[in-house]
Design a protein. Structure first.
Length: 188
């Protein structure tokens, strides 16, 4: 793992110390894609410096943010067990269920928009300005989202999320319970 991380960081014209590698492994696990994303985030944080230190990792990548990242990645790729294990961790770390429901809705909205634009044969370079997102970011998520969801499934999820949002607002369900049920209906 250390060799891979050092090489990845070196490819980004930077360096990393061993304690920082160990901290990254604790937070990101062995998922290389997740580790690469964490490194990219840290490099943006420390710029213009190029040497990643352990303190940088902890400043940028808390356990809760790592769980949030894993949750978003799992949601994007529809990895059901990881979605719910990450959700459990987030709720255990006192993450607000209503905020998480809003994050899920925003993610599904972006996935829906990207899929519709792709279906309409809009190039990723033109999607970026339309959606207010970096085209490189959209290109990275498009393949995963296409494999995981359809336009029709996402459209149905909007209705499901809306239904459970109303149940929260009317006191029929607790937010964490409503989020869990809504996610189950959307991704399982």
């Amino acid at each position: 793992m250390y060799a891979w991380l050092r090489q990845y960081v070196s490819d980004q014209s930077a360096s990393i110390e061993m304690p920082a590698v160990m901290a990254l492994e604790q937070i990101g696990g062995v998922n290389l894609r997740a580790l690469a994303a964490e490194v990219d985030k840290v490099l943006v944080y420390i710029a213009p410096r190029t040497d990643i230190q352990e303190a940088d990792i902890y400043a940028v990548c808390s356990a809760a943010s790592a769980s949030l990242f894993r949750f978003q990645e799992a949601l994007k790729t529809r990895q059901v067990p990881m979605i719910f294990s990450s959700l459990t961790q987030l709720l255990a770390h006192s993450e607000d269920a209503i905020r998480l429901m809003a994050l899920v809705a925003a993610s599904f909205r972006l996935y829906f928009q990207v899929l519709v634009l792709d279906r309409d044969r809009v190039p990723v370079q033109k999607m970026g300005p339309q959606l207010g997102k970096n085209p490189y970011y959209l290109k990275r998520i498009l393949a995963d989202v296409k494999r995981a969801y359809s336009v029709e499934e996402l459209r149905a999820c909007f209705g499901i999320l809306s239904t459970y949002d109303i149940k929260i607002k009317t006191g029929q369900m607790k937010p964490d319970q409503a989020l869990t049920v809504a996610l189950t209906r959307c991704v399982a």
